[in-house]
Design a protein around this ligand. Structure first.
Ligand code: FES
Ligand code: FE2
Length: 464
């Protein structure tokens, strides 16, 4: 495989109007429209606006005071992805979702009804269920003194009730947390006055009409501890600018400098970067057959014929092979939906990919109250067959800071190493930030706009 790209060529910025410049050459939109295969309008919609170019202070990632402010003012106010519906498929199934000091129990109380409660006993505060646990219950029973509640949170039984004339079902039911569902995801919001989830999700319900994620199911769930602040960890996944230096193996077949970045509102941003088209950093021209070979086409006996592009052949291959593997017809999906890296982010910490071959969901949250570590949930989804019910989600495969994604059974070869490359950076970046005498990080105006947007939205909560 050729690796002749202009990584080491010296170039310095030349000025210009902030936010206006784009990488020379075909844009992501140009490449996708050139497929001429009826890509959904949502993918080629563009939404960028210059949001300033001030440095983002480093202490936002390292200061305990800043972390505590997020705990106090942001986390209790935002809609958060708590679990997938197929993690709690049956009545009585419960799962606990923790973020920092907050712990919430999500329970299915009827086939189509889910509720959430603060995971704390109204008697003396005991956690009703351990953190990060799954179980199926007939009722809630506190492990300390045995108060019990119905699945819907109604107080049912108080041992030695004669000693508690001062409490009632009204005063000592479980403390309900707002919950809502979209796309097979269950969200919670600790703010009783939170605006509806549909409003919070901005363009997502509209864009994802093309890709109903409630018609998909979890095939693999990995949970890894990362050695950095939760924001630093997720920001490693918000741009394709790092592909050249961090994932050089992707340069012959992946868009990076020409990736598209969109900011749809305070909460939702997106990138789209193409697969099957060389990075603008590639110096040496590649034929369509070269690109197909770099995608792995040689081992599969794939050949370019006539005026086909590598994207045409690779898209057709994926529609056929994944269609057979999933037992469904994928012919309605465009090349872009089949192969490109299309990543939406919803504030504060939830990522979802509508693509078929890159079908991930990410969540990044603080690891307890530690400012310097975080928990990364990496979930893979697969489309269901028509009319099929999602099978119960597998338990998360939990790995620690040192363990490589390559050690996870079922993890796709190639992608595993990419996640290692991304997460290996975090320890050195955290150490570098702490050592820095510069006030903060400097962001690219276009390629790193999503990071800036997240900090701006965070500031709205912190200053409220
Ligand atoms: S702390 Fe829960 S019953 Fe006592
Ligand atoms: Fe990466």
């Amino acid at each position: 495989m050729s690796t002749e790209y202009d990584f080491l060529e010296g170039k310095l910025p030349t000025g210009g109007v902030p936010g206006e410049a784009r990488c020379p050459g075909p844009s992501t939109r140009d490449i996708i429209l050139d497929d001429k295969d009826g890509v959904p309008e949502a993918i080629v919609t563009e939404a960028y606006e210059f949001l300033g170019d001030e440095d983002i202070p480093f202490d936002r990632y390292t200061s305990q005071e800043f972390f505590d402010l997020e705990m106090e003012k942001m986390w209790p106010k935002v809609w958060q992805f708590a679990c997938r519906e197929e993690q709690i498929p049956d009545v009585g199934d419960t799962i606990t979702y923790d973020v920092g000091r907050y712990s919430t129990i999500i329970v299915r109380i009827a086939p189509d009804k889910i509720k959430a409660f603060v995971n704390s006993c109204p008697h003396r505060g005991m956690q009703l269920r351990p953190s990060e646990s799954f179980t199926c219950l007939k009722q809630f029973r506190c492990p300390f003194h045995g108060f019990t509640w119905e699945l819907d949170g109604t107080l049912k039984n108080v041992p030695c009730e004669w000693d508690f004339p001062h409490i009632s079902p009204e005063s000592h039911g479980l403390d309900e947390v707002k919950s809502a569902r979209w796309g097979g995801f269950v969200f919670i919001n600790m703010d009783p006055d939170a605006k509806p989830l549909e409003d919070y999700l901005e363009v997502l319900p509209d864009h994802f009409k093309n890709w109903p994620l409630d018609q998909r199911f979890t095939t693999l769930h990995i949970q890894k501890t990362l050695p950095s602040n939760w924001k630093l960890a997720q920001e490693a996944f918000l741009e394709a600018y790092h592909v050249l230096a961090t994932h050089p193996q992707g340069v012959p077949t992946a868009g990076d400098a020409n990736a598209q970045y969109d900011v749809f509102g305070d909460n939702v941003t997106r990138f789209v970067h193409t697969i099957g088209y060389p990075s603008p950093h590639m110096k040496k021209p590649m034929t369509q057959q070269d690109i197909l070979s770099a995608l792995g086409g040689d081992d599969l006996g794939l050949k370019i014929e006539g005026d086909q592009t590598a994207r045409d052949v690779w898209g057709a291959y994926l529609r056929k092979s994944l269609g057979e593997q999933f037992g469904i017809d994928l012919s309605k999906y465009s090349n872009s939906e089949m192969m490109d890296s299309i990543e939406y982010h919803c504030f504060p910490n939830f990522f979802m990919f509508p693509g078929i071959s890159l079908p991930m969901v990410y969540r990044f949250r603080p690891n307890g109250e530690d400012v310097n570590s975080s928990i990364f949930d990496l979930i893979f989804l697969q489309p269901l067959k028509e009319g099929e019910k999602a099978p119960q989600a597998p338990q998360p495969h939990v790995i620690d800071i040192e363990t490589s994604f390559t050690k996870v059974p079922g993890m796709r070869a190639g992608l595993d190493f990419i996640y290692d490359q991304d997460t290996w950076n975090l320890d050195m970046q955290t150490k570098g930030i702490k050592a820095s005498r510069k006030k903060g990080q400097t962001l690219g105006n276009y390629q790193e706009i999503r990071t800036r947007r997240i900090h701006m939205t965070l500031d709205k909560y912190l200053s409220a």
